[in-house]
Design a protein around this ligand. Structure first.
Ligand code: PGA
Length: 261
């Protein structure tokens, strides 16, 4: 992949943490510490209630704002849900979809994920689609099958042109919030598999262009070797994105390892 032109993306998923002042302060510290010449993309995903506060802090910066979820309907009687256009109004350009916590705790199926991806694309929100296997699935050699099923489900009925907006995050569930990171080789292997699946679905040019983020206990001290893998194009970061100094180190990963800008 020496000619890899994929722009790296580092995304912070703040989950259900921080009040609006804390979120604004953290966003401000990250904005302040960002290398002004940074060429890759940085994304912050606060909780819904903190979007406006973070939007105000990020105004005029290059940092993108993301939600952690999105409804598939535009409006109506959907108590508790937030629509794509409401998210755009709140300043979002991206939406995380299908995070394993949504799948596991809130029982989201591949069908629901598919509807959300479609709704986001239609509204011009970039979906950051999360996929990944559980420990049990990995230990019973079902990792590839699970990834294939999740990808087939998420992209059902979506054209290649529509799919070109999607960023995919491979997040092995056993590595999320556990401190157990996939080894760079394990992550690279899964990413190669995901890229092959995307080639099967949409062809080679698509597969070479789609960005694949790794997520699951990415830290300041392991990001460099993960980002040195040729098929890892970025990171989706939970816990470590809540500390500005650590997250800034993740953002400014040592690109030189990969010869990337
Ligand atoms: P973690 O979370 O970095 O805390 O493991 C990653 C995620 O859930 O996106």
């Amino acid at each position: 992949m020496a000619s890899n032109k994929r722009v790296p993306m580092i995304a912070g998923n703040w989950k259900m943490h921080l009040n609006s002042k804390e979120a604004a302060d953290l966003a401000a510290a990250i904005r302040k510490g960002l290398d002004p010449d940074l060429k890759h993309e940085v994304l912050l995903a606060p909780t819904f209630t903190n979007l406006h506060a973070v939007k105000a802090v990020l105004a005029g910066s290059k940092i993108f704002l993301s939600s952690q979820d999105v409804a598939w309907e535009e409006k109506g009687a959907f108590t508790g849900a937030v629509s794509p256009s409401q998210l755009i109004d709140a300043g979002c350009t991206h939406a995380i979809i299908g995070h394993s916590e949504r799948r596991k705790i809130f029982l989201e199926t591949d069908e629901v994920v598919n509807k959300k991806v479609k709704a986001a694309i239609k509204a011009n929100l970039v979906p950051v689609l999360c996929i990944g296997e559980t420990l049990e699935e990995r230990e019973s050699q079902r990792t590839y099958r699970v990834l294939e099923t999740q990808l087939n489900g998420a992209f059902a009925g979506i054209t290649a042109a529509e799919a070109s907006k999607v960023v995919i995050a491979y997040e092995p569930v056993w590595a999320i919030g556990t401190g157990k990171t996939a080894t760079p080789d394990q992550a690279q292997d899964a990413h190669v598999y995901v890229r092959r699946q995307m080639e099967r679905i949409y062809g080679k040019p698509y597969a070479e262009a789609v960005r694949l983020l790794y997520g699951g206990s990415v830290k300041a001290d392991n990001v460099d070797e993960l980002m040195a893998q040729p098929d890892i194009d970025g990171a989706l970061v939970g816990g470590e994105s809540l500390k500005s100094d650590k997250f800034l180190r993740v953002i400014h990963f040592q690109a030189v390892l990969k010869g990337r800008v």
